[in-house]
Design a protein. Structure first.
Lengths: 226, 468
């Protein structure tokens, strides 16, 4: 995935660059609106991370001039979450927005969602380690043993399996499994994960569902050392 | 009386003094009343004078009629002449006598006068000759007697003196009325100034109130009845400002306190970690712990910004009309695992369609349910109720709980308010959960309420009409 970051706050731009590079992205960085506009218009990127407040040329102006020539997906970063800013950004053609302070996991998840949009038909049979999830029959098995899951547990497992190897924050999980679009400060997701883990991992030797403290959860097969 | 500094000229012109206005209004009223009285007196007087006139003419007729009807002496005509001469000597009375016998005639144009009075019975007002005074004239027939033939007797009196009385009244009426009105204006101005003294005292009291003595209020007992309401409204406005001010002060302190704990943890554990050589696993442990604290800070800041937006009067913009029961069911479903763990059950009752921004509505209901789950005893039933009352939907969540003192109920919605001071600081909502419910209600044009009755706590909010 080729990402362009346009952000004047150096510390933010640098950690985003490092984080995204480590996630396997090719990253370009511009520290002001003029450079950003040049890079955005003359080079092709899969997605652009655009700060709303920039020196030289504001994020909104840049977005408008960019939309005149191409449709690269754009995620706006705003410091203010007033309705006006959001509406303005989305009206001017932003595909998504994040309000500072945002979490890196959240940003990465959104970037993936934006680039995944409209991509190929997804698989209906997912496999992680010995775990098999049949999305059509709505059935999960591990090592031929049928797992008895509730509807929500299945939805949760399917989400984790579809995004295997990717860290999913509690907010993302709440949004995609329960359709709760806000930061709920509840431990619903923690408890749900604990219950799911009891069913899919506890009876087996190698755990697949891992907690990344402070960030979220990931479903993947790890070597014996993990 | 305390003198108020004189206002600049232009301002004084634009702003009328109450005393002046009262004086002008009172004198206008006085002028009207005087005019009415003057008119009535004039009417009475002129009617009375007319009657007086009539009586006088009738008396003149009666004087001679008696003589002419009863007189039997042959010299009657001479006595009549003498009598007429005596009566008319003042020049105000005149007589005419007419008959076929020229001996029994008296006065110039007696024949014409007899004719005129015959044609129009009753009192006539006429001028006998141009340029002369107006006369009140009355005529009568006197039957024949052995001494004289049938006679026509006509008497008249000069109306000038009587009219003069009316004229004098009319001339003096207007100036007297105007003088009276001026007197009323002057007196009522004085009276109004005295009457308005409590206002000056009120203003002096109000001027004494400042940021340094916020607690001071207007002295109510000193205020007259009419100003008491103004005074008490003013005082209660001050009370509201005062409590908002106090709340803001304590709120700033609360924010600082809430942020201080995670900040202290961050600084402390980072310093401890860096003071020795640590292996990667230990450093990872510190970073993870830091991340948790930072997450906590982020949550507080985001929630504070959310509350600030609501306080600035931001309204829910993307409202759609939907079934509230369905949205509450979704939220309850979200809590399934927690409810199961706590051995609680939620029943959703009633339904209403209302225009809501669903993510905000979910957030409010989530906070209400979370609050109920925290306080309900194990195995209890939680009731989520939707009532629709004239264009307003009402959502409430009830759960069995310990008693909450009535005075604490409205404070439940205060930021960082914790009814139970001993509750741990790492509380999931940082004491902002119900404050956020209140903010969401106000973004939907509604309000929050809380009550405790017979072991059941009910907390909820209303949703206003989207157009309001």
């Amino acid at each position: 995935m080729k990402v362009l970051i346009i952000e004047d706050e150096r510390k933010t731009a640098d950690y985003l660059q490092r984080g995204l590079t480590e996630q396997g992205c090719a990253v370009d960085v511009a520290y002001d609106g003029i450079d950003g506009q040049h890079l955005a218009v003359h080079y092709d990127h899969d997605v652009i991370v655009l700060d709303a407040m920039l020196p030289g040329l504001s994020g909104f102006e840049l977005l408008r001039s960019l939309r005149a020539v191409k449709n690269t997906p754009v995620i706006m970063l705003t410091a203010r979450d007033g309705v006006e800013d959001r509406v303005r950004g989305l009206r001017d053609g932003a595909d998504d927005y994040l309000v500072k302070p945002f979490s890196f996991v959240e940003l990465f998840a959104r970037l993936q969602a934006l680039t995944r949009r409209g991509r190929q038909q997804e698989a209906t049979l997912l496999r992680v380690g010995g775990l098999t999830i049949d999305l059509i029959a709505r059935r999960a098995t591990r090592d031929t043993q049928r797992l008895d899951l509730t509807a929500k547990e299945f939805a949760l497992l399917a989400l984790l399996a579809r995004r295997q190897g990717e860290i999913l924050s509690k907010t993302t999980i709440a949004e995609l499994v329960w359709d709760m679009h806000f930061d709920s400060h509840t431990n619903v997701v923690e408890v749900a994960i604990k219950r799911l883990r009891a069913k899919i991992d506890a009876p087996f030797t190698a755990p697949l569902l891992h907690t990344i403290r402070g960030m979220g959860y990931v479903l993947e097969e790890r070597g014996a050392s993990a | 009386m305390k003198n108020v500094a004189p206002a600049p000229e232009a301002q004084a012109l634009r702003r009328q003094s109450i005393a002046l206005r009262l004086a002008l209004m009172f004198s206008a009223v006085a002028l009207t009343v005087f005019a009415l009285i003057g008119f009535a007196v004039h009417e009475l007087l002129s009617r009375d004078l007319a009657r007086h006139e009539q009586e006088q003419v009738a008396d003149r007729i009666a004087d001679l009629r008696f003589m002419l009807e009863r007189g039997r002496t042959p010299e009657l005509i001479d006595r009549v002449h003498d009598k007429i001469a005596a009566v008319t000597s003042n020049g105000r009375t005149r007589y005419w006598l007419w008959s076929d016998d020229p001996v029994w005639r008296y006065g110039d144009e007696a024949g014409r006068m007899a004719q005129i009075t015959r044609a129009q019975p009753g009192i006539l007002l006429l001028k006998v000759a141009p340029g002369q005074e107006q006369l009140a004239v009355l005529g009568t027939d006197i039957a024949a007697t052995p001494v004289h033939p049938p006679l026509r007797l006509v008497a008249a009196i000069d109306t000038a003196p009587i009219n003069q009385i009316l004229r004098t009244f009319e001339i003096w009426l207007l100036p007297v009325m105007l003088c009276g009105a001026l007197l009323v204006a002057a007196l009522s101005y004085r009276v109004a100034r005295v009457g308005l003294r409590p206002l000056a005292q009120l203003s002096a009291d109000a001027q004494d109130i400042g940021p340094d003595n916020r607690g001071q209020r207007l002295r109510m007992p000193a205020l007259p009845l009419e100003l008491a309401e103004l005074g008490s409204s003013f005082n209660s406005a001050l009370d509201r400002l005062d409590s908002a001010y106090t709340q803001l002060e304590s709120f700033n302190a609360d924010v600082a306190h809430e942020l201080r704990t995670p900040l202290a943890n961050l600084i402390g554990q980072t310093q401890v970690a860096l003071s020795r050589e640590r292996d990667a696993a230990q450093l990872r442990e510190v970073l993870q712990s830091n991340l948790e604290e930072l997450e906590r800070l982020r949550t507080i800041v985001s929630d504070m910004l959310f509350l600030a937006r609501a306080e600035r009067g931001e309204r829910a913009a993307r409202r759609i009309r939907t079934s509230l029961a369905r949205e509450i069911d979704k939220t309850v479903e979200f809590f399934d695992v927690l409810l199961d763990d706590a051995g609680l059950q939620v029943r959703v009752e009633g339904d209403a369609n209302a225009a809501i921004e669903t993510s905000l509505f979910h957030r409010a209901v989530t906070n209400l349910l979370q609050n109920a789950i925290q306080h309900a005893p194990r195995g209890a039933r939680i009731l989520a109720r939707i009532d629709a009352t004239n264009e307003r939907a009402r959502v409430s969540v009830s759960n069995p709980s310990q008693a909450i003192p009535t005075e604490q109920l409205p404070r439940l919605f205060d930021r960082f308010y914790r009814g139970d001071a001993s509750r741990p600081n790492s509380d999931a909502n940082h004491g902002l959960g119900l404050a956020i419910v209140k903010a969401i209600a106000s973004m939907h044009g509604g309000r929050v309420f809380a009550q405790w009755e017979a072991g059941i706590t009910t907390v909820g909010f209303t949703l206003g009409h989207p157009d309001k």
